[in-house]
Design a protein around this ligand. Structure first.
Ligand code: NAD
Length: 320
């Protein structure tokens, strides 16, 4: 048992719940905090019976109080998929700004090390490819994605200010598209959308001509990268993601092959400010953390499919 106490905000969400599992496995006392705006208690209900797990139902954009000592704070609370943050842009801006400020204050008061979940979205629609951490990005602050991208950029700036001005120990992970069990089927992102459409026997929706690329990281790999970064002594941003890049059209073909359905596609207009290319440069993560992804897409998709199959009725099951 490590005996250390860690606060994980957004603990009932997709990534937060996997982080709770990992820290429990490592012997930490885990305090999860979430207002359930996009999360689901089902993701962590298996932890409720454990003596070293606590849950606070709380909005971190309001004053945050946690009794007792804290060694680490991982700030993962934030709507993360476009469908969510377009619906709740103000809460998104608040949790990235006020929420981050509240948690930095808590970290300072407790003498805890704080890690924030930043994102590849800080690079916006990048003009440099692949993206290295020293690229400053190409973000439209007044576009529809501005609420998320700018909240995360502010979050990084505020975190660096606490580091430089107050000497707080901070870590910044820039997360690229991550997938795996506990993703919401209806979160609007391409991977759950394709998998659920294929399982329901519906055509796959491709936005634009499908030539845009994405790279997908399996959740266990991401969690490993975050764990190593937290325990490292490196305070500048680090990209964590899988550099294996694929066009959306090829990805649709891959999903159909995996699910054993015939490829049917429905083309729709490209959303405004949708990035054309996204691929992490993970040189830093390799050098500083000794980290690189271990789970390839074929294996990761197989594991994710198992989870989705449980949640979705196939056309045959719907008829039965
Ligand atoms: P998610 O929506 O599944 O989880 C976010 C959690 O935060 C939810 O449980 C939600 O209820 C909670 N939350 C939101 N606002 C809150 C508030 N004000 N107070 C308390 N709880 C609040 O999303 P996710 O995919 O798990 O993302 C987690 C974090 O990782 C986010 O900060 C996101 O920006 C970042 N991130 C995720 C990805 C990805 O591919 N999933 C990529 C880049 C960055």
């Amino acid at each position: 048992m490590s005996g250390k106490r860690v606060l994980i905000t957004g603990g009932a969400g997709f990534l937060g719940s996997h982080l709770c599992d990992r820290f429990i496995k490592e012997g930490y006392h885990v305090v999860a905090m979430d207002n359930l705006i996009t999360g689901n208690l089902e993701n962590i209900e298996h932890l409720f019976k454990l003596p070293n797990f606590e849950f606070y139902h709380h909005d971190v954009s309001k004053f945050v109080h946690v009794p007792g000592e804290l060694d680490y704070i991982l700030h993962f609370a934030s709507p993360a998929s476009p469908i969510d943050y377009l619906k709740i842009p103000i809460q998104t801006l608040k949790v990235g700004s006020l929420g981050t400020h509240n948690l930095l204050g808590l970290a300072k008061a407790k003498g805890a090390r704080m890690l924030i979940a930043s994102t590849s979205e800080v690079y916006g629609d990048p003009q440099v490819h692949p993206q290295q951490e020293d690229y400053w990005g190409n973000v439209n602050p007044v576009g529809p994605r501005g609420c998320y991208d700018e909240a995360k950029r502010f979050q990084e700036a505020m975190t660096m200010a606490y580091h430089m001005h107050h000497g707080l120990e901070t870590r910044i992970v820039r997360i690229f598209n991550t997938y795996g069990p506990r993703m919401r089927l209806d979160d609007g992102r391409v991977l759950p959308a394709f998998l659920s459409q294929a399982l329901r026997g519906e055509p796959l929706s491709i936005f634009g001509d499908g030539s845009q690329t994405r790279s997908f990281c399996y959740v266990d790999d991401l969690v490993e990268g975050i764990y190593r970064l937290l325990l490292s002594d490196y305070h500048l941003p680090v990209n964590v993601g899988n550099p294996s890049e694929i066009t959306i059209k090829e990805f649709a073909e891959e999903i159909c092959k995996l699910t054993g359905v015939e490829l049917k596609v429905e083309y729709q207009p490209l959303p405004k400010d949708d990035p054309q290319k996204r691929q992490p440069d993970i040189t830093k993560a390799k050098e500083i953390l000794g980290w690189e992804p271990q789970v390839d897409r074929a294996e990761g998709l197989k594991r994710t499919l198992e989870y989705f199959k449980d949640k979705i009725k196939t056309p045959a099951e719907q008829e039965a």
